[in-house]
Design a protein around this ligand. Structure first.
Ligand code: HEM
Length: 511
């Protein structure tokens, strides 16, 4: 029996696809169409554009990275394609990337970032132009490396809690553990305490609604980017996924609003009490990012109102949560696979700490050179932000081509970090490559886990300190093993790298 319904759906989809392809081609500015005549292009003809549209519509998140790797293999380090009336160019050459990223002219983010706006508004990640410049200057002061030491206490405290949780859950190697969930909760506790000054106790199973909302909002916003039919704001608002997204962001916004209100009230109260009780008045001690920001704003009250502060707190929570969790998870799993690397990292820690159980200080963290190389290598193979983009506001002249304004230039560290011209045996896990002096120049703009140039990651030093503290605390207390090998690791590209499958792990108490 022929199922007419199936034929009907296929026919309607085909007609829809062809009409959409014609419509998007007609809407496309002439210069977009002209790029394909001088830049290696995967969509030179109308037919290839249709194929691309079909391919992208069918692409699952886990197929995106192999698809991009294949594009660079087939077309080289600069490849153009048109998709849904937009023109994209993927850059995979460090000289071209240096031109793009080191210029302050190309700081506008690509169109897909728009979908984060209902949550993050125009915080540092999404703003551009003068607003971005002013904010970046102001926030650099609050996120300066000199202030990072004060986050150490909470990061150490939550790392110890994580060790306790892992020991309890693994019952000294008898149970297999999926590490990601433990790391995510620990990282959430750290970021909430250091950014907002709020104890969430997520590792203790508290703050359930907030924890659920942040996970939900992250997942939904990322899903939307890959569902073209949800790009329209009106359609998204009435869709099920949109409704869940807005419900989650409402919880998150209300929470941040309350934290800011309470923080302001307690700062004012402390100031009044201090002034009344003490003539040698000192400002309250700085504790979190928000405390510092409010203090900076005391001196520059016109720079930001409460809504502006909320968008920055939300931005830092979003950027600082999943990124570090993924990276710590991948590093631990790799250390669990490569036991010789794990032993060498632990030996380095023994040289620094001996038998002492003290917290890791900033000085200790700076001495962890081998562990840093391990984390860097893990970020090379599995960059937490697998790709990012810029929309050109001015023409961009790279080595052999000039790209017109409005082109979306995409950069995929995941693909770049596998470029054999830069990395020998690129698929292999070899932390030592980051200890070799001669590689420093080679990796410049060829290693972009934190992006580079003016718009690089403002939290990278914080992230590195956090990752070193968590991983060193685990290494100092436990031995661990991954129950699989590197081929068992499968990831997919969403706004942030997602784990598709990962070996489970066993943890054993050291002493
Ligand atoms: C392993 C951890 C991390 C990685 C791999 C990472 C990576 C990145 C990357 C690639 C960008 C540029 C994104 C783009 O151009 O679209 C970025 C931007 C940013 N990151 Fe991170 N990040 C990490 C941790 C953090 C942490 C812990 C914070 C804050 C506490 C943070 C805050 C930010 C902010 C605010 C921006 C926007 C900067 C701007 O546009 O001026 N990140 N990050």
């Amino acid at each position: 029996m022929i199922d007419l319904n199936v034929y009907g759906v296929v026919l309607i989809s085909l007609v829809g696809l062809i009409s959409y392809a014609i419509w998007s081609r007609l809407r496309m500015p002439l210069e977009y169409r002209q790029i394909s005549s001088h830049v290696p292009s995967a969509t030179k003809t109308f037919w290839s554009e249709m194929q691309m549209l079909w391919k992208m519509a069918m692409l699952k998140p886990k197929d995106i990275l192999p698809f991009l790797l294949e594009l660079t293999r087939n077309y080289g380090s600069v490849v153009h394609f048109n998709f849904a009336s937009r023109s994209y160019v993927l850059l995979n050459n460090k000289d071209d990337l240096k031109i793009l990223l080191s210029s302050t002219q190309y700081i506008k983010k690509g169109p897909e970032y728009e979908m984060l706006k209902p949550w993050l508004n125009e915080g540092l990640l999404l703003s551009s132009g003068q607003k971005w410049h002013n904010r970046r200057k102001l926030l650099t002061n609050t996120f300066h490396f000199k202030t990072l030491g004060m986050y150490n206490l909470s990061i150490n405290k939550h790392s110890r809690k994580l060790v306790d949780k892992l020991l309890k859950a693994s019952t000294n190697g008898n149970k297999e553990i999926s590490i990601f969930e433990y790391i995510t909760l620990c990282s959430l506790d750290m970021i909430c305490e250091t950014i907002m000054g709020t104890e969430m106790n997520a590792q203790e199973g508290k703050s359930v609604e907030y924890v659920h909302s942040i996970k939900c909002a992250c997942k939904l916003v990322i899903e939307r980017i890959f569902k073209v039919w949800l790009w329209n704001d009106l359609i998204y608002r009435i869709s099920k996924s949109g409704q869940r997204f807005f419900k989650s962001t409402k919880v998150l916004h209300e929470f941040t609003d309350n934290v800011i209100k309470n923080k302001r009230a307690s700062l004012n109260k402390t100031i009044i009490e201090k002034v009344q009780s003490d003539s040698t008045f000192e400002k309250p001690q700085k504790k979190s990012f928000l405390d510092i920001l409010l203090n900076v704003l005391d001196e520059n009250p016109d720079q930001m109102n409460d809504k502006d502060i909320r968008e920055e707190v939300d931005t830092f929570l979003f950027e600082g949560h999943d990124t570090s969790s993924i990276s710590m998870t991948m590093t631990l799993v790799l250390l669990g696979i490569y036991q010789d690397v794990q032993d060498r990292a632990r030996d380095e820690l023994f040289d620094i700490f001996g038998d002492s159980e003290r917290d890791a200080t900033m000085e200790d963290l700076n001495s962890m050179q081998y562990l840093e190389a391990v984390i860097k290598e893990s970020l090379r193979l599995y960059p937490s932000v697998p790709g990012f983009s810029r929309e050109l506001e001015k023409p961009l002249s790279i080595n052999n081509y000039t790209l017109p304004p409005k082109t979306t230039v995409i950069v995929y560290p995941y693909v770049l970090h596998r470029n054999e011209d830069i990395y020998l045996n690129a698929e292999e896990f070899m932390p030592e490559r980051f200890l070799e002096e001669e590689n420093k120049e080679k990796f410049h703009f060829g290693y972009l886990p934190f992006s580079a140039g003016a718009r690089n990651c403002i939290g990278q030093k914080y992230a590195m300190n956090q990752m070193k503290t968590v991983i060193s605390t685990i290494l100092r207390n436990m031995k661990f093993k991954s129950l699989g090998n590197k081929d068992d690791i499968q990831v997919s590209a969403q706004l942030i790298l997602r784990i598709e499958s990962l070996p489970k792990m066993n943890f054993f108490k050291l002493k």
